[in-house]
Ligand binder design. Structure first.
Ligand code: NCD
Length: 337
């Protein structure tokens, strides 16, 4: 695909070669993300970062990625502080904000809303999560992490075995990752959820017709026995009609070190899009895994910066200028020690 000026709305818009291109640009962003070099390539550019749903890492990751390329960030967070509470349409908001920004990242609780917004925007829009639909940049950073973790073992994404666990019905990261995995060969996916929270049939069908070997279970221990990656997710409480309904499913699939040692193959990689729900009635990834070197959750968040920097560089067409507009770091860099 031609990335220049493109919206990033859904995994469905990518072919495998596009993903390869994003990943190779992401690799080139590492010196900047690690503060070994500084680039000013996006000096003067503004990111409009609009988050109408709770977010910590995605919002700050988009903003930091843009800053690391030398651009500036303007944010609005929550409906209460935006004119949407005054009845303004998303389209009008898009018309206005695209006059202020060079690219817009947006999260919104309604499925399809970011695409509607993009249709009225004069600048590229990136989907930071539209309700229970998709979260394409998270899936890209998840797959980038998978590729790096496998590469360290001399393996490729083709032939991957992964268990995806939790609220697969509402989990937009799983929806996007499932679509992304469909671009690869000989992938085996085990879907582990309560029956009521199963991955939507349309996505299962899409994976199967792309040749993915999909199996479905509502039991954790045996499902994590023969996989390279365990991808755990949170019950998406905000998508349920009440907290009580979400409580019915919370804490059903808890992974801790004892279960990991008993059931997983050695060096199985543990991932989670985060936030992990660490409350005692959920605790889907126990903190006793924190010293397990195969826990990749913070490598995922670090990789997210690289992938989002790559997307900005591609969409704003500066990939080949990033190094040209760079210089040494002037401050003490604790990362290098
Ligand atoms: C996810 C999301 O918002 O969909 N978080 C994220 O962006 N990393 C997952 C979640 O909230 O459970």
């Amino acid at each position: 695909m031609n990335f220049t000026g493109a919206h990033i709305l859904s995994i469905s818009q990518f072919q495998r070669q596009d993903v390869d291109q994003i990943f190779s640009v992401a690799d080139r962003m590492e010196p900047y993300a690690l503060r070994k070099r500084v680039t000013r390539v996006l000096e003067g550019a503004i990111l409009g970062n609009m988050f109408f749903e709770a977010s910590t890492r995605t919002r700050v990751s988009f903003g930091s990625a843009f800053n690391l390329l030398g651009g500036e960030v303007r944010e609005t967070a929550g409906f209460e502080s935006s004119a949407l509470v005054k009845g303004e349409s998303l389209q009008d908001t898009a018309r206005v904000l695209s006059g202020f920004s060079d690219v817009i990242c947006m999260r919104h609780p309604q499925e399809g809303s970011v695409a509607d917004f993009a249709a009225a925007s004069r600048v590229p829009v990136m989907n930071g999560g539209d309700g229970a639909n998709e979260h394409p940049t998270q899936a890209l950073l998840d797959l980038y992490t998978i590729a790096r973790e496998l590469q360290a073992k001399g393996r490729k994404i083709d032939g991957l075995r992964i268990a995806m666990i939790g609220d697969l019905r509402h989990g937009r990261t799983v929806h996007s990752l499932s679509k992304l995995l469909s671009l690869y060969d000989n992938v085996q996916v085990t879907l582990v959820s309560p029956k009521e929270l199963a991955l939507p049939d349309s996505i299962v069908e899409e994976m199967r017709s792309a040749g993915v070997d999909v199996s479905i279970s509502d039991e954790l221990n045996n499902s994590i026995a023969n996989v390279d990656i365990v991808y755990s997710t949170r019950i998406q409480e905000e998508r349920f009609t009440s907290k009580e309904e979400a409580d019915l499913y919370r804490g059903k699939f808890r992974l801790n070190q004892a279960i990991y040692t008993q059931y997983c193959e050695p060096n199985t990689v543990i991932m989670h899009p985060l936030p992990r729900d660490s409350r005692s009635d959920a605790n889907e990834l126990d903190s006793d895994l924190d010293n397990n070197p195969n826990l990749a959750i913070f490598r995922q968040t670090d990789n997210g910066l690289l992938v989002r920097m790559a997307l900005f560089a591609l969409v704003l067409d500066v990939v080949d200028k990033v190094d040209e507009y760079s210089h040494d770091v002037r401050w003490y860099n604790s990362r290098q020690n």
